[in-house]
Design a protein around this ligand. Structure first.
Ligand code: BES
Ligand code: ZN
Length: 396
């Protein structure tokens, strides 16, 4: 659970920016949802009913949950298939990194200025709350930006993944020689936990930072593939989820659809909060990548540690985030191996999140660059590996 900041301090900061009157047509009215019960999961074994207001209260108290109302069967199909076949699916990851000669020169092409320009625009939306017109507009801008970034890459399949709320998720697919898929994720929505439909939420760190981090890695990967004509072994997808803040709603919809289509996702890495290092440095600790060790796939996480050691200029530190802390939990519930990295140890992460104060000025683009290095390296290492292409596979 996150350390709690007194409500009065947060509320004061939450009101410090321009106040939008409820009559603003761009703001969604939450009143139609009052009293509607949602089913939420707060641990692998506990579910309960909660209204939208109770969900917000849980988040303010630092209780993580998945809102499973729309996807109560997530993971069932994969679990049944495996038990019918009498198999335990454990994906095996490479023992060591393999592609230093290709990846190291590519890392030099990652550019902090792109991340900064993208984040400046992305945080200029009043909020990216998933149930708002602003959230729809920020998603439309992001889709356009991803398309511009791909700059005519013919192989790319880029599409919004619509939901029954305003903001779509987005999927950029780079087809490989096989259907086995490596997913790199971040969430595009932001939230102001006090009055999400009224108050601003720049969401610079949570998760504008992850959004622009993976976009920059995507840019350099695509540029490389265009230039060389190389086709990766695995399909690599970049996902920008909507409605993470509503209880992982967008990512559950995406992975539930993948499960129904029997899509073979071999790895998923979530980047959520990649830019805040102030607290770590003030505490006299070394700047590091926080590798989450709870509710993640141990094999993938081990490989990510190796990737950080090889390709990043800073070390990793191990930390925990609790149940359903971000969208990797949806992948893992669907039966896909997933991992999660954050900007620091959990206790040194950004306290401004979910308020009007989650601003760029508190973030380090040098640190974000380290996360972009990790993202690009992992995408290439797992994308180019022929580990999974042998006959019979070694994943079952
Ligand atoms: N980015 C946060 C999770 C987080 C917080 C990671 C602090 C590392 C440090 C994420 O967007 C979030 O807010 N998650 C929710 C849980 C969600 C399932 C409703 C939360 O922590 O309240
Ligand atoms: Zn959040």
């Amino acid at each position: 659970m996150r350390s709690l900041i007194p409500f009065s301090i947060l509320a004061a900061s939450a009101f410090s920016s321009a106040f939008v009157l409820p009559s603003d047509p761009a703001v969604f009215s939450a009143s139609s949802e009052a009293g509607v019960q949602r089913l939420i999961q707060i641990s692998p074994t506990e579910t309960r009913w909660a209204t939208e207001e109770q969900k917000l209260e849980l988040k303010r108290q630092g209780v993580n949950f998945m809102d499973i109302t729309d996807h109560q069967m997530l993971g069932m199909q994969n679990a049944v298939t495996r038990s019918e076949m009498g198999i335990m699916k454990t994906v095996e990851f490479p023992e060591k990194v393999m592609f230093e000669d290709t990846i190291k020169p590519l890392l030099k092409n990652l550019n902090k200025d792109n991340m900064k320009a993208n984040l400046e625009k992305f945080t200029s939306f009043y909020t990216r709350y998933y149930k708002s017109e602003h959230g729809r507009e920020s998603s439309e801008w992001l889709l356009k930006r991803i398309n511009e970034t791909a700059d005519g890459f013919a192989d790319l399949k880029l599409a919004p993944f619509p939901h029954h709320w305003q903001q779509s998720s987005i999927i950029a697919r780079i087809p490989g020689k096989t259907e086995k898929t490596v997913v790199i994720g971040a969430h595009q929505d932001s939230i102001n936990l006090f009055l999400p439909s009224l108050l601003g939420a720049p969401g610079a760190d949570d998760d504008g930072s992850g959004t622009v981090t993976i976009l920059e890695a995507f840019r350099v990967l695509v540029e490389h593939l265009k230039k060389t004509g190389e086709k990766l072994e695995q399909t690599v997808e970049f996902h920008w989820y909507s409605a993470e803040e509503g209880g992982l709603l967008g990512s559950q919809a995406v992975f539930s659809s993948y499960e129904k289509q029997a899509r073979d996702v071999v790895a998923m890495l979530q980047q959520d909060m990649t830019g805040f290092v102030e607290k770590t440095l003030k505490a006299g600790k070394p700047e590091s990548v926080g590798v989450i060790t709870d509710y993640v796939d141990p094999g993938l996480t081990e490989f990510i540690k190796k990737v950080i050691t090889e390709y990043c200029d800073i070390p990793y530190t191990l930390t925990e985030c609790g149940y359903a802390c971000s969208d990797h939990a949806s992948a893992s519930k669907a039966g896909y191996p997933s991992a999660f990295v954050i900007e620091s140890k959990f206790e040194d992460s950004d306290d401004h999140i979910h308020t009007t104060e989650d601003k760029i000025e508190f973030l380090s683009f040098d640190h974000m660059l380290q996360h972009a290095k990790l993202t690009l390296s992992l995408a290439y290492e797992l994308g180019a590996s022929n580990k999974w292409s042998g006959k019979g596979g070694d994943e079952l």
